[in-house]
Design a protein around this ligand. Structure first.
Ligand code: ADP
Ligand code: MG
Length: 324
């Protein structure tokens, strides 16, 4: 079973940033308003995530790291009404199969309990942990799986990947405060704010992104709820890497939706240039199926053509209005 676990783990957990992605999702699902991620040696020695969410009941602690241990899907029907980020109940199980995981948690502020699963081996829960919320420590990722461990990049590159995942996630949740510590030094601190300011905070090091040249687009009238933070036609980029699309707060890779944004700008931008645009789409969960890939970067959308059209129209009309 250990081997099977490890194979399964490889699918969900590729590198330290995959762990960061999954654990942030869990903190978000737990209703946290502040999330702190700390990594050491690119996350290969330690990934630690603290949240102030609801916590885990002591009785549930031993179940968290079991396969399909999700508390989020009670029936198949629920899969189609998904409002949480997690739903497969595989993340902690997979992580615990290839590292030493300690979960310490206080259930709604009660006395905390802690439990360790060491590379698939469960230990008994013991008292102790944070006074609110949950802390998950992941030590020695892939330590006993050399084939994977050897595949890791140098610490600085893994740390950069963890940071990118955190920033990407944080854009969807401006009402949550995020911190990232890399080898004990604070590298990212995003206070609670609104969506536009969070995008600006996240890209603050980017000189091209000037506040005054950034606009917001909204379309709440159509069937799909759209909101975007994007560039006016006076600022643009040479590639489309700054067009990011979120569906129900999940970053997704979907070329057609990226293309809808560029179509919307159309002639307003010089040839070969692209806008920057962070587009957030809210759809009825029944119309979106995320259960395709473990990393959840793909989504199957019903009414794709309609969404595409709505995006093109929103961008076209609202961006054009800014041109004198
Ligand atoms: P999923 O998120 O798909 O349900 P996970 O393996 O990520 O599966 O987590 C398993 C379960 O552990 C969750 O369903 C949740 O009940 C609990 N859990 C994990 N992390 C946290 C957390 N930070 N706060 C509260 N509960 C958590
Ligand atoms: Mg999860």
């Amino acid at each position: 079973p250990i081997v099977a676990q490890r194979i399964a783990a490889g699918e969900v957990i590729e590198r330290p940033s995959s762990v960061v992605r999954e654990l942030i999702d869990n903190a978000v699902d737990a209703g946290a308003t502040t999330i702190t991620v700390a990594i050491e040696n690119g996350g290969l020695d330690l990934i630690s995530i603290m949240d102030n969410g609801s916590g885990i009941a002591p009785d549930d602690l031993p179940l968290c790291c079991e396969s399909h241990a999700t508390s989020k899907v009670a029936s198949v029907d629920d899969l189609y009404h998904l409002s949480t980020m997690g739903f497969r109940g595989e993340a902690l199980y997979s992580i615990a199969a290839c590292s030493r995981v300690t979960i310490a948690s206080s259930w709604h502020g009660q006395s905390p309990w802690s439990m360790t699963v060491d590379n698939g081996r469960k230990e008994e829960p013991v008292p102790g942990g944070p006074s609110t919320g949950t802390k998950v420590d992941v030590e020695g990722l892939f330590k006993f799986i050399p084939a994977r461990r050897n595949f890791m990049k140098r610490a600085s590159a893994e740390a950069a990947s963890c940071r990118a995942v955190m920033v990407e996630k944080s854009l969807a949740f401006p009402s949550i405060e995020f911190r990232l510590l890399v080898d004990d030094s604070l590298r990212v601190h995003f206070p609670v704010t609104n969506r536009k300011e969070r995008v600006l905070d996240a890209l603050a090091t980017d000189k091209n992104l000037v506040r005054s040249e950034t606009m917001e687009l909204t379309d709440h009238a159509g069937r799909f709820d759209l909101y975007a933070v994007c560039s006016t036609p006076s600022t643009f980029r040479s590639d489309r890497s700054h067009i990011k699309v979120y569906v129900n707060n999940r970053p997704i890779e979907d070329y057609a939706l990226v293309q809808a944004v560029t179509y919307g700008y159309g002639e307003m931008l010089p040839g070969g240039s692209f806008p920057y645009c962070y587009l957030f789409i809210s759809v009825d969960p029944e119309l979106a199926d995320f259960n395709i890939h473990p990393a959840k970067r793909e989504v199957k959308l019903r009414n794709k053509a309609e969404i595409h059209h709505q995006i093109v129209e929103m961008v076209r009309t609202q961006v054009r209005r800014t041109i004198p």
